[in-house]
Design a protein around this ligand. Sequence first.
Ligand code: SF4
Length: 366
Amino acid sequence: MNNLYDIPLDELTALLSTWNEPGFRARQIYSHLYKKLATDPRTMTDLSTGLRERLAAETTIGTLRLIREQTADGGLTRKVLWALEGNAVIETVLMIYPPDRATVCVSTQAGCAMGCVFCATGKMGLLRNVSSGEILEQVLYFERYLRENAPSLEQQRRKPIPNHITNLVFMGMGEPFANYDRWWEAVQRLNDKQGFNLGARNMTVSTVGLVKGIRRLADEPMQVNLAVSLHAPNDALRSSLMPVNDRFNIADLMDAVRYYTDKTHRRVSFEYVLLEGKNDTPAVAVELAALVKGMLCHVNLIPWNPVPGMPLTRSHRERVTAFQQVVQAAGISCTVRVERGIEIAAACGQLAAVPTATEMIGLQPI
Ligand code: SF4
């Protein structure tokens, strides 16, 4: 059965023409899906009864199956575990920052093949790519949640709460550029004025450093923000943390990032997870500052979030501050990320999508 979220507008128009429906019907359905957030064709009352019935019989609106929803930070962080068709699992996180920001962290792959040593998702290996429709559905779920729940959250917290998503970060499970076509298809519909209509500048994609993807993004007509997981300023250290560095070393990566900033004039964000005794010494900070000096960039420090069973240590606050000061002293913009959802394993690098034994019931082997 066709998942309507997987069908771009032009293909929906073509499908409806085979049903002898005029082109404007596709635009009506598109608006129901991405603006009115419909979940049932029977609610699309501006369509004929026959078309609504046919859509209900021959298509679906979404395929994700919610397995678990957890909250943290007084309800301002919500993490959802989803089963995909075929029973791979992914997670999506909503982070609300009163009064006016609500960010969704979206997964683009179930698991990940990149194997970064500090990341729970990397330990899963890659199960499968997430489709464009599955990417969109993660976003639309939380848009619906905010529309319905912002008023009650405001009452509880006595603070303004945004009633819509303001920012998307493709930093959940997976490497977006390893699933570029499907990810970009979703981004286009999220940006489309006739679709979800979120500005490209409110979207950020994070890559482990796939240089072809960075160059391809630079050449796109739409300017999505770029974050690059750097985590070390030299090849030996970076390769010990991120196997991808053996394929694309730091020199290749920096060339690609310069191509992106030259082409787009947009500032790139270098993400830097701090691991005590590994990559958080003052000497490494000096090396990092020298590497990125003169680039149109910002450095975002992320004290590592614990993952059970990993023999790593989160950098102590004093070491984080000392590292930040060295980078800033070199004239480079550098901040420490305020983490959300650590206690529900929703923070950076913690997404592992592990169903409990009870939740496994009903899931078929992949
Ligand atoms: S940090 Fe990102 S790229 Fe690396 S293993 Fe985790 S999900 Fe994959």
